[in-house]
Design a protein around this ligand. Structure first.
Ligand code: DP6
Length: 324
């Protein structure tokens, strides 16, 4: 009753930003991401008769508190799905700077869902797995697949039609992503809390919702024909709209630091110099930059020399779930 799975993080090009059902994690809008090979979580789940409670180890350290509660309540969901009351030993290693906007919850819950269903020998399709993963963390449901992936918001109250679908495989297009690290500190406002505050209070929220369907259909066209400028500019604009909603919330907030804005300006400067590069930012201060392989050296050098940048990690398109 043991299995190990590896899942990569993904970076949203069209953001998931808001829930219509908090308990089932059903989104208010569809989203689209690129799975990244550079960042992943590897998780082993071992269900054992002799355990009275779950044990969770992350990077060789026992985890307690909120992070533990999230894992054990997720295992409750898997247990009720599998009709078992066995507890598990969960061991994860993260090749992602945790909670600094690198979506470790995406790779984390995708790996946990895959390893725990495999350990219990459950017969699940990728769609089932995506739906189950969604209930751990929304963005994680996209990490079941490699390449470009859409999470369909669905309309049903029970969430059966809210899951990810592959749009284009990893091999379709060699788009690269530079993850620009400004700080590996834990972020101040989690994506979950920030998202809820925005849905509940932001005067700009409706504008966000109204704009997503067009962005989504345009970016899908751009991905199919590999139009980098189209894909990059839609992703950048979509990110700015998402972040704009936080400024219209009560109380207002932003995930950006001064260096976040400096990096955004660096990227605009690259474009002014004829290098197509576009940024996107999740619920944290760090910036991800999309670029094409031929510009890798210039992009890396320019980003690294921006004051306040501590690291630049380069990544290619990644694969979906794998079992070790
Ligand atoms: C800004 O998936 O972390 O990264 O469903 O509450 O766990 P929960 O939220 P989470 O939110 C991610 C938000 C985002 C955009 C995105 O990845 O689409």
């Amino acid at each position: 009753m043991k299995a190990t799975a590896k899942a990569h993080t993904n970076i949203a090009l069209i953001k998931y930003w808001g829930k219509r059902n908090d308990a089932l994690i059903l989104p208010t809008n569809s989203s689209l991401s690129l799975t990244l090979d550079g960042f992943y979580t590897k998780t082993s789940v071992h269900f054992k008769e002799e355990l009275n409670e779950d044990v969770f180890e992350l990077d060789q350290e026992i985890v307690t508190g909120v992070a533990y509660e999230r894992v054990t309540s997720y295992l409750d969901l898997i247990r009720s799905f599998a009709r078992t009351d066995l507890h598990a030993e969960v061991q994860s290693t993260n090749a992602v700077p945790t909670a600094a906007g690198f979506a470790s919850s995406a790779s984390g819950f995708a790996a946990l869902a895959a390893a725990s269903t495999k350990a219990l020998d459950l017969d699940v399709t990728d769609t089932d797995l995506s739906r189950l993963t969604r209930q751990g963390s929304g963005s994680a449901c996209r990490s079941i697949y490699g390449g470009f992936v859409e999470w369909k918001e669905g309309t049903r109250d029970d969430g059966l039609d809210s899951y990810a679908v592959p749009i284009a495989p990893q091999e379709h297009w060699d788009v690269r992503v530079a993850a620009v690290v400004l700080t590996a500190r834990e972020k101040d406002i989690s994506s979950r809390v920030g998202m809820k505050r925005t849905v509940d209070t932001s005067v700009f929220y409706q504008g966000w919702l109204d704009s997503v369907p067009h962005d989504l259909s345009e970016i899908k066209d751009g991905i199919q024909v590999k139009d980098f400028e189209k894909v990059g500019s839609i992703a950048e604009a979509n990110c700015l709209k998402m972040h704009a909603t936080t400024l219209g919330a009560t109380p207002p907030f932003t995930y950006w630091h001064d260096t976040t804005m400096a990096v955004m300006q660096t990227v605009q400067g690259l474009r002014a110099d004829g290098i197509p590069a576009y940024f996107t930012i999740d619920a944290g201060p760090n910036v991800k930059v999309l670029y094409l392989p031929e510009h890798e050296e210039k992009v890396q050098q320019t980003l690294s020399s921006t004051p306040g940048v501590t690291d630049v990690i380069l990544s290619r398109a990644g694969s979906g779930i794998s079992y070790v």
